[in-house]
Ligand binder design. Structure first.
Ligand code: NAD
Length: 248
C-alpha cells in the first residue's frame, strides 16, 4: 500500500474528483478526514465509504474553508486526534461561467475565496505542524485552464493560475523543511458538473483531445496518490497535467 497510515485531509471530498481521491487514498491505506461544505454532505460521503469497506478509517469535518479561524480549529482537532497531518489535499473548488461584462464582484470574490484563499487558509493551518515534524505533503487542485486560460468565467482560470504560482512558491519556501508542495491540473473530467453538459458540446471537445475521451475522476485521483506517496519523494513544485493532452 502506497499511503499506509498516512493521515490525510481532503477538501471537497464529498463528490467528484475529491471523493475519488478519498477513495483511492483509503484503498492505499491512508487515514482520511474529508471536508464537506455542510455536515450532512460530509456524513453522507463517510457513510457511503464505510458501506463499501467498514475497515476504512474515514471521518468528516465541515469547516468554512474561506475562514481561517474555522479551518484552524477543525484541522487542530484532526492533529490532536491523530497526532499529525501528513498530507493536505486542497481540492474544493467552484466556478461561475458568466461572460466578463456580466461578471459581478460577488462572483469574483466567491470563486477567489474558495479556489485561492481557502488554499492559503488550509496550508497555513497545517504548515506549523509539518515544519516542526520536518515532513509533509501538500497537493493543490489546479486545472488545464491554468495553462491557456478560458474564454469565459474570468475568476476561475485566474484562481487556477494563482494556485500554480502559490504551489511553486510554497514548494521553494517549505522545501528546506522536508515539505513537498505539488499540484495536479485535471482536464475535462467526468464529474456531476460534466454530466450536466449537453452531448453536442461534449463531442467536439472530445474530438480535440488526442486520447479522444474525457478523464475519469479515478484517473485524476491516481496522480494524487502518486504525488502523496514516498514514490514521489524527490518531486516538488510541479503542476502535473492529467488531461489526455487536452489544451484549450
Ligand atoms: P464538484 O463540483 O463535483 O465538487 C466540488 C467539491 O468542492 C465538492 O466536494 C463540494 O462540496 C466542494 N465545495 C464546493 N463549494 C464549497 C464551499 N463553498 N466550501 C467547501 N467546499 C465546497 O467538482 P469537481 O469537478 O470534482 O472539482 C474538484 C476540483 O477539481 C475543483 O478544484 C475543480 O476546479 C477541479 N477541476 C475539475 C475539472 C472537471 O472537469 N471536473 C477540471 C479541472 C479542474
Amino acid at each position: 500500500m502506497l499511503l499506509k497510515d498516512k493521515v490525510a485531509i481532503v477538501t471537497g471530498g464529498t463528490r467528484g474528483i475529491g471523493y475519488a481521491i478519498v477513495k483511492e487514498f483509503l484503498r492505499e491505506g491512508a487515514i482520511v478526514v474529508l471536508c464537506g461544505s455542510r455536515p450532512e454532505t460530509a456524513d453522507k460521503a463517510v457513510k457511503a465509504l464505510k458501506a463499501e469497506n467498514d475497515d476504512w478509517s474515514v471521518s468528516g469535518i465541515s469547516p468554512d474553508l474561506t475562514d481561517y479561524a474555522s479551518v484552524k480549529a477543525a484541522f487542530d482537532g484532526v492533529e490532536k486526534q491523530f497526532g499529525r497531518i501528513d498530507v493536505l489535499v486542497n481540492n474544493a473548488g467552484m466556478s461561475a461561467k458568466e461572460p466578463f461584462n456580466t461578471y459581478t464582484e460577488a462572483m469574483f470574490d466567491s470563486v477567489m475565496d474558495l479556489n485561492l484563499k481557502a488554499v492559503y487558509n488550509c496550508c497555513r493551518a497545517v504548515t506549523d505542524g509539518m515544519q516542526a515534524r520536518r515532513s509533509g505533503c501538500i497537493l493543490n487542485t489546479s486545472s488545464m485552464v491554468s495553462i491557456y486560460g478560458q474564454p469565459s468565467g474570468i475568476a476561475y482560470p485566474t484562481s487556477k493560475f494563482a494556485v500554480n504560482g502559490f504551489t511553486l512558491s510554497l514548494a521553494r519556501e517549505l522545501g528546506p523543511y522536508g515539505i513537498r508542495v505539488n499540484a495536479v491540473a485535471p482536464g475535462v473530467t467526468n464529474t456531476d458538473m460534466m454530466k450536466a453538459v449537453p452531448k453536442q458540446y461534449i463531442e467536439p471537445l472530445v474530438n480535440s483531445i488526442p486520447l479522444r475521451r474525457i478523464g475519469e475522476p479515478e484517473e485524476v485521483a491516481n496522480a494524487f496518490v502518486f504525488l502523496a506517496s514516498d514514490k514521489a519523494s524527490y518531486i516538488t513544485g510541479v503542476v502535473l497535467s492529467v488531461d489526455g493532452l487536452a489544451r484549450n
